[in-house]
Every structure is written in C-alpha cells, then in structure tokens.
Design a binder for this molecule. Structure first.
Ligand code: SAM
Length: 288
C-alpha cells in the first residue's frame, strides 16, 4: 500500500483516455445551468511535472501526450481530441508541454461558479502536495479535500444537494481489495443516487479480478436498470512489455453524446498511440 505515485503515469495513454472522457462528461453535464457536484474519489497530487521527477524517470508521457502532440503538429485532429489538448495546453505557457494536469486540475479549471468539486486522497505525501497545488487555484474555495478512504466515504456525499453529480473513480488497484471495495461503493452509490454519472477507470492487468471488472460493473448497472458505456484502448501487442498496454473506462448513466464522442476519438488515438498490429479499441454501449 502507498507505493503508487501517479506522477509515474502522468500523460500516459491511459491518462489520455480517462481525461478525454472526463472532459466530455463535464461538458455535457454543464449544458444545464443547475449546480454540478463532482467527486474525484482518487485524486493523486493534482498536477505533475513531465520534465523532472517520477514522470521523467518512467517516460510514460512519451508514448502518450508527447506522441499525440507531435502528431497534432502536422495533422488535423477530431474535435473530441482537440478539446482535450486545449485543456492540457492551458496549464502550459508555451507550445512545449512540461506540466500535465491530473483529474483534480482538469476538473477544477472546468468548474462554473455554481459547481463544487470533492477530492479524496489517502497517500500521506500526495495529500500534502494536492492541498498545496489546489491552494494555488482561484477555484480553491469551491473545492473540498478529504484525506479519507473514498470507497467508504462516497455514499455520504450522495445524492448531492442539486441532484446533479459526476463521480470519477480512479483507484490505483495496488491493493487487490480495491476491486471488492469498488463494487461495494458503486452498489451503495447507486442505491442512494441512481441517476448520477459514474466514470470508472481500470487497467487490464494479469489479475483475474482485472479482466472481470467491466462485466461486474455492467451487472451492477443492469441490476439497477442503468445504462452503461464501455471503452478500452490497447496500445501495444508485446507480451513481455512491463508497461500497461490496455486501459478502459466504464461509465454508468453515460450521456447520449459520449458514444459518438469516443467513436470520433478512439480510431485516431489507436492509430497515433498504438505500436504494431495489436493496437485496437473497444466501444460498446447499452441502454437500459
Ligand atoms: N485521478 C488521478 C488523475 O487522473 O490524475 C490519478 C489518481 S491515481 C490513479 C490513484 C490515487 O488514489 C493515488 O494517489 C492513491 O494514493 C489514491 N488512493 C488509493 N486508495 C485510496 C482510497 N481508498 N481513497 C482515496 N484515495 C486513494
């Protein structure tokens, strides 16, 4: 426990899929003027340097955001990807990207005055960095930070007062129990707030629990008669490769616009970020 630091993975292909999806969810939910409450159950440090520290060691951004930016210099991107890149660019003063915003910064920048953001982080070092980073933002008064276990605390925040809510669940899965805790948290959340939008990120790892996760989530959604959307991005086909090759998003109560948004983005992401013939994407949606 607590060996995971998101800085190692900042700007990776998995971050791109997750954050591109997240930005669209917020965009859609903000089409109505009512206040939106966003919960980020696993926040991390908030924002990361790509030129030094852990990210410079892992170089995961080279196969992610840097590769996408290099492609964008001489190619036209689908609007869905363009919007994501604009959000990343906002944190950087020049064309060169040396800072990558994590979900807390991406979400904070998108807040309207009526919206609220709730961030959970358990890591003793990450929570201090997160508090410092968020304190620098003009939106900080709209943001609450909890140094608590989000799996057990999520239900206490639901339903939000305005009954308009988005929950990003992005665990590190370093503890095998995360899979069980995730299921319980989603069950409890849907019981209290069935119409909320829940976006769950997951990696495809060699663990049995990892491969079973999307179907487990779909089953819970079906029990509550909820719609879902399932997207995966696989970038490599190298069995010996230690880096993460495939990640996915499972969204419960997705907006009707999300499938088209991802159908526009995923072929380009697969082509640009993929290595070899194994690169592929999956996109499936089910309407309850
Ligand atoms: N959402 C972030 C982003 O997209 O930029 C990345 C988050 S990272 C994948 C997961 C984080 O969750 C880690 O910083 C870890 O310390 C934290 N964490 C792990 N278990 C937790 C729990 N039960 N409650 C809250 N935070 C937790």
């Amino acid at each position: 426990m607590f060996s995971y630091r998101h800085a190692f993975h900042a700007g990776s292909h998995a971050d791109i899929l997750k954050h591109l999806t997240l930005i669209h969810l917020v965009d859609y939910l903000q089409e109505k003027p009512g206040a939106l409450t966003i919960v980020d159950t696993h926040a991390g440090a908030g924002i990361y340097s790509l030129k030094d520290g852990f990210a410079a060691v892992s170089k995961e951004a080279e196969g992610g955001i840097f590769r996408l930016l290099a492609y964008a210099k001489s190619n036209t991107l689908p609007e869905s990807i363009q919007k994501y890149l604009e959000c990343i660019q906002t944190e950087n003063s020049s064309d060169a990207i040396d800072t990558y915003p994590g979900s807390p910064f991406i979400l904070a920048r998108l807040l309207r005055p009526q919206d609220r953001l709730k961030l959970f982080e358990l890591h003793p070092k990450e929570i201090d960095i997160l508090r410092h980073n968020i304190g620098e933002l003009k939106q900080s008064k709209q943001i609450d930070i909890y140094a608590e276990d989000s799996f057990s605390r999520l239900k206490g925040l639901l339903p939000p007062p305005s009954r308009r809510g988005l929950v990003l669940i992005d665990p590190s899965y370093e503890d095998k129990q995360d899979y069980r805790h995730l299921e319980t948290a989603i069950e409890e959340a849907l019981q209290r707030f069935a119409t909320g939008c829940y976006a769950i990120w997951y990696p495809i790892l060699s663990r049995r629990e990892s491969a079973a996760l999307p179907d487990r989530m779909k089953k819970i959604a079906a029990t509550h008669q909820r719609s879902w959307l399932h997207a995966e991005l696989r970038v490599e086909n190298a069995p010996g490769e230690r880096r993460l090759q495939t990640s996915g998003m499972l969204i419960i109560n997705p907006p009707w616009t999300l499938e088209k948004h991802l159908a526009d983005a995923l072929p380009t992401l697969t082509r640009v970020l993929g290595i070899g013939n194994g690169a592929q994407f999956l996109l499936k949606a089910f309407e309850a």
